[in-house]
Ligand binder design. Structure first.
Ligand code: MN3
Length: 291
């Protein structure tokens, strides 16, 4: 079945409450099924809406018998009834083109990293929330902020995949095309106060993060009125330890191996050319009042 994409209707069809992340990403797209012609369907970005005749969606796929869903490529199928399926968490769209961070981060890495790795964290997080639906009313940050409150059977899944979702959502935002350069605003002054100058800060951040054994992240946090550089393993986020990360760099091999192979320090050095200092300043303002 082929569909023709029509202009977005702008209508929101769901009465379900949205969490803040979803509010940003939600949109409605209307498709017309070419085979049945009269069947117009609306697809909203957090799940799907259907009409008799066909479903069009690019997100999680619903298995009609089990009501379980799985992620997959764009797909179309047919149904005879009205069904609406929503998922708690969604992959936010990349805020720029996959190739926009070239030559520092290559297109193929960005595509895999966003569409496959980040999507997997979101998919797995939704799987955990499916077992405990009340968790789905919390933002992903809230989930990982108090891991002790997460039911034990899904706690590790939420730690790894909730962390993965939060970390990558931040990661895409703190980078931008033609980014980098010297820091600006309040964060520039704080870096100067706590590290002497930007070059010294960058050197310390890169050295510290290069030493993170295996997969993990390097972070800049604000603690006790001062900036600090820390690392974490896996997808652990400083939020779980009470600190809001101002910036973080992903040093899982999936973030750099296609272009930089085993040369993590080269990737770390190049990454600074992508930094979105406006976004980092916004996060610094949040970090200063974070409780
Ligand atoms: Mn990653």
């Amino acid at each position: 079945m082929r569909v023709r994409r029509l202009p977005a209707s702008g209508k929101q069809r769901s009465n379900q409450p949205l969490n803040p992340l979803e509010r940003k990403t939600r949109r409605t797209v209307t498709f017309r099924c070419k085979r049945t012609m009269n069947a117009e369907v609306s697809y909203d970005f957090r799940g799907c809406a259907v009409s008799p005749g066909c479903i069009a969606q690019t997100g999680p796929r619903i298995e009609p018998e089990t009501k379980n869903w799985r992620s997959g490529p764009s797909w179309l199928t047919q149904t005879n009834d009205y069904r609406r399926i929503t998922v708690a968490y969604e992959l936010p769209p990349l805020p720029y083109d996959y190739a926009a961070l070239e030559p520092h981060i290559d297109e193929a890495t960005m595509k895999l990293h966003h569409d496959k790795h980040h999507q997997t964290y979101v998919t797995n997080l939704n799987g955990a929330v499916e077992k405990h639906p009340d968790l789905g009313s919390k933002s992903p940050e809230e989930l990982i902020k108090d891991l002790a409150s997460i039911p034990e059977d899904v706690r590790k899944v939420v730690q790894n995949n909730g962390g993965g979702h939060v970390n990558h959502t931040m990661f895409w935002q703190i980078m931008k095309p033609k980014g980098g350069g010297e820091p600006s605003g309040d964060i520039a002054a704080q870096i100067k106060a706590d590290f002497g100058d930007f070059e010294s800060f960058k050197k310390l951040f890169n050295e510290t993060t290069a030493k993170q054994f295996g997969s993990g992240w390097g972070w800049l946090i604000f603690k006790g009125g001062k900036l600090a550089i820390v690392t974490s393993a896996n997808q652990d986020n400083p939020i779980s330890q009470g600190s809001y990360p101002i910036l973080g760099n992903d040093v899982w091999e999936h973030a750099y191996y296609l272009k930089y192979q085993n040369k993590r320090p080269d990737y770390l050095a190049a990454w600074w050319n992508t930094v979105n200092w406006d976004e980092v300043n916004k996060r610094f303002a949040t970090a200063k009042s974070y409780k």
